[in-house]
Design a protein around this ligand. Structure first.
Ligand code: FE2
Length: 377
């Protein structure tokens, strides 16, 4: 691994041609948004805050807005056959369609990125209702994934014009302490990692933050390579993975096969107390990957003293890694749909700004055990 930028990312807003304030929302296209929303509320602890669908004048789709901390997910489904959303769901299964980014000027964001080679998907347009207006524009990222720029002007309503607020307590939601999106990882095809690294550098003004080669991320059987891209103020981190040659099929290849091309592999959600968060998530039915108990026998020698009781970490299967800035705790779910595609990471950072390099082997061996069970190794 090499750390390309070991200093605190400088807020280079003045020179940044694409100043991003953060992530605005993540939109998923799903087969059945009502039921998917139930899962994210009862298992992940998100709260239903907004809705748009046939009852609110949206004739072709239904969307559920779910929030927890700063995390905002939108689950969207087509309500008729032959719709573009239905076509994408048929191709990919449930997955991330849009990683929407918050900006002060959507027109400038669209102009600057398309000028630098981004493929425009939707030119700047304004959504408005009685609560005000929001200006948006979309460009294409890897596969069928989009980046929509969201400029919230004087808008006071629920999520976006056209959505209605869902009031009252959400009796289905069981909060788990998840607070923010730490990073979102994309899987791209063979030899495509650098193409997309250059896209984020040239078109979006991101910088290379960390690099992991196949020596860092390989097991006896399979390998992958990864580069982490970060925007100017360091708030947005997008690692990009590609498969690497191994004796057997890389987990990235399995993803590409089942997703039908490049797409979002995992979303890392940050918490301030991973033991509490993972205990609740498990109680509420979220399935996590297991690592062998040998991992915990070697842990103290590898990471030194930490605040959390080892027995609790082992019970829950939480992994730990340390670098020169501190340590971090992380755990990975199984894929959250029937296809072996999108999964989640839960992460708690205690000084470390890295991605758990010391856990790669244990983690990938755990993934391969599952890949083997699916007959895809
Ligand atoms: Fe991650």
């Amino acid at each position: 691994m090499s750390v390309a930028s070991s200093q605190e990312p400088v807020a280079g807003i003045a020179q940044d041609f694409l100043p991003l304030k953060g992530m605005d929302f993540v939109e998923f296209y799903v087969g059945n948004a009502r039921q998917a929303a139930h899962y994210y509320r009862s298992a992940f602890g998100m709260t239903l805050t907004g809705y748009s669908g046939p009852e609110t004048g949206s004739r072709d789709r239904a969307s559920y807005v779910l929030e927890q901390g700063q995390i905002r997910f939108v689950l969207t489904t087509a309500v008729r056959a032959g719709h573009e959303i239905a076509r994408l769901v048929s191709l990919h299964g449930d997955g991330v369609r849009d990683i929407a980014l918050s900006v002060d000027d959507a027109d400038a964001a669209y102009r600057e990125t398309t000028k630098r080679g981004a493929r425009g998907v939707r030119e700047p347009f304004t959504l408005r209702d009685d609560s005000g207006e929001v200006r948006m524009a979309s460009i294409a990222a890897y596969g069928d994934t989009l980046h929509t720029f969201v400029e919230r002007r004087d808008f006071k309503g629920s999520f976006l014009p056209g959505f209605v607020a869902v009031g009252g307590p959400d009796t289905v939601s069981r909060p788990t302490g998840l607070k923010y999106v730490d990073h979102m990882v994309g899987n791209v095809g063979w030899n495509q990692m650098n193409t997309w690294v250059h896209f984020y550098e040239d078109v979006m003004g991101f910088k290379l933050y960390q690099t992991f080669d196949d020596k860092d991320i390989s097991t006896e059987y399979s390998a992958l390579m990864s580069k982490v891209m970060s925007n100017g103020n360091g708030r947005i981190k997008f690692p990009i993975n590609e498969p690497a040659e191994g004796r057997k099929k890389s987990q990235i290849e399995e993803y590409l096969d089942f997703y039908g091309g490049p797409g979002v592999q995992h979303i890392a959600l940050g918490t301030g107390n991973i033991i509490e968060t993972v205990t609740r998530l498990r109680d509420q039915g979220v399935d996590f990957l297991k690592v062998p108990s040998s991992y915990y026998r070697e842990l103290t020698a590898r990471v030194g003293k930490i605040d959390e009781p080892l027995e609790r970490l082992e019970e829950l299967g939480i992994l730990v890694d340390r670098d020169d800035e501190g340590y971090m705790l992380q755990i990975f779910t199984r894929p959250v749909e029937d296809r072996p595609t999108l999964f989640y990471e839960v992460i708690q950072r205690k000084g470390s700004r890295s991605f758990g390099k010391g856990n790669f082997r244990a983690l990938f061996e755990a993934i391969e055990r599952e890949q083997g069970l699916r007959g895809n190794l």
